[in-house]
Design a binder for this molecule. Structure first.
Ligand code: EPU
Length: 430
């Protein structure tokens, strides 16, 4: 088991290259199951969630070949449908996309319920509602989601989502791509990765209109063929490094981004006294003065992303004055607060609201990364803190951030990976 050891208090200077978007990749790679032919996918992030999905595709008989570090060729022409192995699927949230993709291609799917970060209840009733609207029967039995459609092919259906759901929107798009007739998703999510999945499928021959708006229409086609595609840059990875500069100070050019996707994060950082200059495919982030307090409410895109909530909280702990943070998406995304308190933060949580009294300076401590974004927030807090911070549970961070230690070291952070013998025993015992 590894931990991160950070000696804080060093401003960051230089440039960081952003990788492909995790939450696009984890849908686009399963989408390859729908394609009869070879697809070449570029800008694939090297993170453990991607490794797991590629392993699942191989289990299903896909021919998966790494062309280079960030490009993969997948040929699903000769896959055989079978129950997805529990040991692989339970580790990631995105395993639910296998239901939409396999149901769309074969008319049936057996997939274990998804794992991923513990953010409170994470139901998938809206995904199921979509599959049912397309004629499928879905039930959970013997630890597997069983989905099946009579006759082997879904038919177009009308789905109004009860709440804006990224996963349900993408899963219904996957299932509908090869269905007979038109599927309409209303109250659809609008995140950049929704548009990316639609662009991927369309470039392979699908007919999807309206992605990026709240009504998406998918006219099912007979088959999809192979092609090339490059995944968009990761909005949240970019936002995380922007927050790191805000917290630690300094000046960093964050490269390979779509600045428009960052507007919701940039606007808050500017309110907090951080300079952000937008370039064509980069943002220059600079913080020299004090951080100012502000209020933040997380919302579906184009609102402030919930996946940036813990990272912005780290910055607000360092601000002058009191800030109010409201979580508008997940039931329980404040499990990290106790870890911040060990570093001297003053935060009170009441339901979905956290009141953060800025303390100006945090102090290094031994802390735990309780989930992916909380782990990123611990790194940010550690970079800004006085003294040493040791973070365990870093496998959560590595699910979603490619080479985080290397990228931060390259801009002057004092961060390194340490191996602690005996951690395995402790974790297994826990
Ligand atoms: N919801 C339901 N029923 C459903 C689906 C969702 O009640 O069938 C609720 C959820 O409980 C939540 C809200 O709707 O309160 C939104 O959930 P959504 O479906 O949008 O989330 P998700 O698809 O499970 C993805 C990302 C999350 C990110 C959310 C919101 C992936 C694999 N995960 O989750 O990413 O927080 O969208 O943007 O794409 C992360 O990357 O750290 C992460 C947790």
């Amino acid at each position: 088991m590894t931990r991160y050891l950070i000696h804080g208090g060093r401003p960051l200077h230089g440039s960081i290259e952003i990788s492909g978007a995790k939450n696009a990749a984890v849908a686009i790679l399963p989408a390859a199951l729908l394609i009869n032919g070879k697809c070449r996918i570029e800008n694939v992030p090297q993170i453990s969630d991607v490794t797991l999905i590629l392993q699942i595709l191989r289990e299903l008989g896909a021919d998966v070949r790494a062309v280079n570090k960030t490009t993969v060729e997948i040929d699903c022409s000769h896959i055989h449908n079978k129950p997805v192995p529990y040991e692989l699927a339970r580790k990631i949230r995105a395993s639910y996309y296998l239901v939409g993709a396999l149901l769309g291609r074969f008319g049936w799917a057996q997939v274990p319920p998804p794992g991923g970060c513990n953010l409170g209840g994470r139901p998938i009733d809206q995904h199921i509602k979509g599959f049912v609207a397309m004629g499928a029967d879905v039930e959970v039995r013997n630890g597997l989601i069983h989905a099946r459609v009579e006759g082997g092919r879904l038919r177009g259906g009308q789905v109004y989502l009860d709440m804006v759901s990224v996963g349900a929107t993408m899963n219904i798009m996957l299932a509908a791509a090869l269905a007979k007739g038109m599927t309409v998703i209303e109250n659809a999510a609008k995140e950049p990765h929704i548009v990316d999945l639609a662009n991927f499928l369309n470039s392979m021959g699908a007919n999807i209109m309206g992605a990026g708006t709240d009504v998406i229409k998918i006219r099912g086609v007979e088959s999809l063929q192979g092609g090339f595609y490059s995944i968009i840059p990761d909005q949240i990875e970019a936002g995380t490094y922007m927050a790191a500069v805000a917290a630690a100070g300094g000046e960093v050019l964050i490269k390979n981004v779509i600045p428009k996707h960052l507007d919701c994060i940039t606007a808050k950082l500017v309110e907090m006294g951080v300079d952000v200059e937008e370039l064509d495919d980069a943002v220059l982030v600079r913080r020299t003065g004090p951080i100012r307090r502000t209020n933040v409410k997380t919302m579906p895109y184009p609102g402030f992303p919930t996946d940036m909530q813990p990272q912005i909280a780290a910055c607000l702990c360092l601000a002058k004055g009191t800030s109010v943070l409201t979580e508008g998406v997940w039931e329980n995304r404040y499990r990290y607060v106790d870890e911040f308190r060990r570093m001297g933060a003053r935060i009170q949580v009441d339901g979905k609201v956290a009141v953060i009294e800025g303390v100006g300076m945090l102090t290094g401590a031994q802390v735990h990364a309780c989930d992916l974004r909380a782990g990123a927030a611990m790194v940010i807090a550690g970079l800004a803190a006085q003294g040493d911070t040791e973070i365990d549970g870093v496998y959560h961070i590595e699910r979603g951030y490619e080479s985080i230690v290397e990228k931060l070291s390259n801009v002057g952070a004092d961060i390194r990976i340490v191996y602690i013998p005996g951690d395995e025993a402790r974790i297994q015992a826990g």
